[in-house]
Design a binder for this molecule. Structure first.
Ligand SMILES: [Zn+2]
Length: 364
């Protein structure tokens, strides 16, 4: 009720301000409800919708620092609700003049108090879900058609899970200050992207080349039947399987010298090829493969890339097969048997050389 009263007052003051628009007016408002004052001073996002809407309307007209607290016994507005007889009202100073301190000269310099309340706080909907990281990655890969989006979503998931771990280690959710909390939700850092990329690649490689990775971790040579044998694979510092190759002394980037191994099938390979195809502005198979090999080595590269590119709708739409002209029937003379030169003739024109004599050395 006090909040509605404050809103009514704010609307009245807005009308007064519009009427006396030529004059600069300073408002100081009072309420006897500390709860209402706490609502006005707090962030609107913290309150339930009903309170938040009214607080936003009031703050738009009267800033929160213009509001002060008045004791209930000094509040003239209370007289009306308590009830007074006309005779009492006639001599009721509080109604006609307000409290004594209201006429003091330093009324506008009153110290601003801070009020807090837990009433009408918005309830945060929290839910705890336990998920295996492999399940999360598989779900993300299968539900998205964009590799970069998958990486970013996974980056956010990793960041939020890290915050949860930090909070649990601090044993209190309030120990992370509010500013740090806001920083957390601003944007992803390159480290977040890197961690998400590594996790998603390792998940796929473990699924396809688990035996090879186990052998390499135990410093054993990989099986001679392995499809990776020719690539001399090795595990980098992050545990990602890479091609050793013969470019160790070249000036290429580390990723190009030792590209990450990807299987010929699998959702991650599909998404990475599509991403590379988009990065090259729907380039052909060779261009896409060259771009891809700056970072990844796809097993059965050319064939795998061509297979994926055949499914690109945009390329299909802009490179349609041309219709072949439907030809008319052949002329009757060309399909009817007849003696030679019945319908065609050879026109001999110009000089005709004739051999005059037989024998050696005779020229025509
Ligand atoms: Zn395309």
């Amino acid at each position: 009720m006090e909040l509605c009263g404050a809103l009514l007052l704010a609307r009245l003051l807005e009308k007064v301000q519009n009427t006396l628009s030529t004059k600069e007016l300073n408002f100081t408002c009072w309420s006897d409800s500390k709860v209402a004052l706490a609502w006005l001073q707090g962030d609107t996002n913290r309150w339930e919708k009903y309170v938040a809407n009214r607080v936003a309307q009031i703050n738009k007209i009267i800033p929160a620092n213009c509001w002060h607290h008045v004791k209930s016994e000094e509040n003239p507005a209370d007289c009306a609700t308590r009830g007074l007889t006309p005779a009492q009202l006639l001599h009721f100073k509080l109604w006609w003049n307000g409290p004594d301190w209201l006429s003091a000269s330093n009324i506008h310099q009153e110290k601003l108090m801070t009020y807090t309340t837990e009433t009408e706080l918005k309830k945060a909907n929290c839910c705890a879900i336990t998920y295996n990281s492999c399940q999360v990655i598989d779900t993300l890969l299968n539900r998205n058609s964009n590799y970069k989006r998958v990486i970013r979503v996974l980056g956010w998931i990793l960041r939020l899970s890290n915050i949860g771990k930090q909070r649990r280690s601090l044993n209190s959710k309030n120990k992370l200050d509010e500013r740090a909390n806001n920083e957390v939700f601003k944007c992803l850092s390159p480290e977040d992207i890197m961690r998400a990329t590594e996790l998603i690649i390792k998940n796929t490689q473990n699924g396809y080349y688990g035996n090879e990775i186990d052998c390499l971790k135990k410093n054993r040579s990989i099986s001679t039947k392995s499809s990776l044998l020719k690539l001399s694979p090795f595990l980098d510092n992050s545990g990602i399987l890479r091609v050793r190759g013969r470019l160790g002394y070249s000036t290429l980037s580390p990723d190009a010298k030792h590209p990450i191994i990807l299987p010929a099938t699998g959702r991650l390979t599909e998404l990475i090829i599509r991403d590379s195809h988009r990065d090259t502005l729907h380039g052909g198979a060779r261009l896409t493969l060259a771009h891809l090999r700056q970072k990844f080595w796809v097993i059965g590269g050319s064939r795998t890339v061509k297979r994926e590119l055949r499914q690109c709708l945009r390329c299909h739409r802009f490179k349609p097969n041309r219709n072949i002209q439907l030809m008319a029937d052949l002329p009757k003379e060309r399909v009817t048997p007849s003696r030679p030169f019945t319908n065609k003739g050879v026109d001999y024109t110009g000089q005709v050389d004739v051999k005059i004599n037989k024998g050696r050395g005779i020229k025509t």
